[in-house]
Design a protein around this ligand. Structure first.
Ligand SMILES: NC(=O)CC[C@H](N)C(=O)O
Length: 304
């Protein structure tokens, strides 16, 4: 076994000078207040052992990482029908772009850009009656931390500054691709994005994707095939228009959020979370990608 703990400490030191490269998301005030000097990393092994370094127990806003959990939940209820309403192709455009949505007549390119995530949240709302609550329930049960919750200030702020997401939701509705009222879909989407978690809880909560869909309690949450498919969409679409660069540098399925977190999965082995709030031009953590690049390079653990 490699000295994982030592590797994580080395990586935290290595990426510290990168923490001030890029910009902290500032489209809502509370995200803009987070210091770029934070850096945390956690590895949760499939056997349950946990390794962490830096600010790995400091909570942050998971933002678009929530899209993995809403997709997994929808697939757990209803495997195939979601794919009639959302494609699974890389978009090559920013996560909040609307251009393709019009060209593709209301079918989003994939579930991990905002338009696609709104459709997934809408479906989850139909299936459960409480999409954000279902995501929170999954995060709590998989991490074992019952205090994980929505940051109400961030959720309200998302709504106050949510003109672009609201436009997207209305465009989806105009094409008949929402089943629920636009305001309800947006409320659930903003709440799921506003979930506050630390690297440790997020690594534990994502571990089912490294265990062929088996939940923390040992029962199947997703089938091995469903788990494979969620990981595949993460690989091709999880970091938006930088998914090719992420695959080249990291060599793993990954999902980022504008709070500066990234989840990456090594199927059969572990889940990894990194957090560094300053983002590159595509909305992905600069220090986080560098840390994952260093991790897979040093350990030799990659899917390739
Ligand atoms: N990339 C992200 O993390 C985007 C999430 C953000 N809440 C938004 O909808 O714009």
């Amino acid at each position: 076994m490699k000295d994982l703990q030592g590797i994580l400490h080395e990586i935290a030191d290595l990426v510290a000078p990168l923490c001030r490269q890029g910009e902290v998301a500032s489209y809502i005030p509370s995200l803009g207040e987070v210091s770029p000097d934070n850096f945390g990393m956690c590895v949760a092994m499939a056997d349950g052992s946990i390794y962490g370094a830096g600010d790995w127990r400091t909570p942050f806003s998971i933002q678009s990482i929530s899209k993995v959990f809403s997709l997994a939940l929808v697939m757990s209820y209803d495997y195939e029908s979601i794919w009639k309403r959302v494609f699974r192709e890389p978009s090559g455009t920013p996560f909040n772009s609307m251009i393709q949505l019009e060209a593709d007549r209301g079918i989003p390119r994939n579930p991990f850009i905002n338009a696609g995530a709104l459709v997934v949240t809408d479906r989850l709302l139909t299936l459960t009656g409480d999409a954000a609550g279902s995501v929170r329930g999954l995060l709590r049960s998989e991490s074992g931390n019952a205090s994980i919750d929505i940051d109400a200030v961030v959720a309200a702020s998302e709504a106050d500054h949510g003109h672009r997401n609201a436009s997207m939701a209305h465009l989806l509705a105009s094409y008949g691709n929402l089943e629920n009222p636009v305001d309800l879909v947006l409320e659930n989407y903003f709440k799921q994005c506003a979930m506050e978690m630390n690297c440790e809880d997020l690594a534990k909560a994502s571990l089912f994707l490294a265990r062929q869909g088996v939940s923390a309690g040992g029962s199947p949450f997703l089938s091995p095939n469903q788990s494979k498919r969620v990981n595949a969409v993460m690989l091709t679409c999880g970091t938006y228009d930088a998914a090719g660069e992420f695959a080249y540098r990291v060599g793993l399925p990954g999902k980022s959020g504008v709070g500066g977190g990234i989840v990456a999965i090594i199927p059969g082995r572990c889940s990894i979370t990194v957090w560094g709030p300053a983002l590159g031009p595509n909305g992905n953590s600069v220090a986080g990608i560098a840390a994952l690049d260093a991790f897979t390079s040093r350990t030799g653990w990659s899917i390739f």
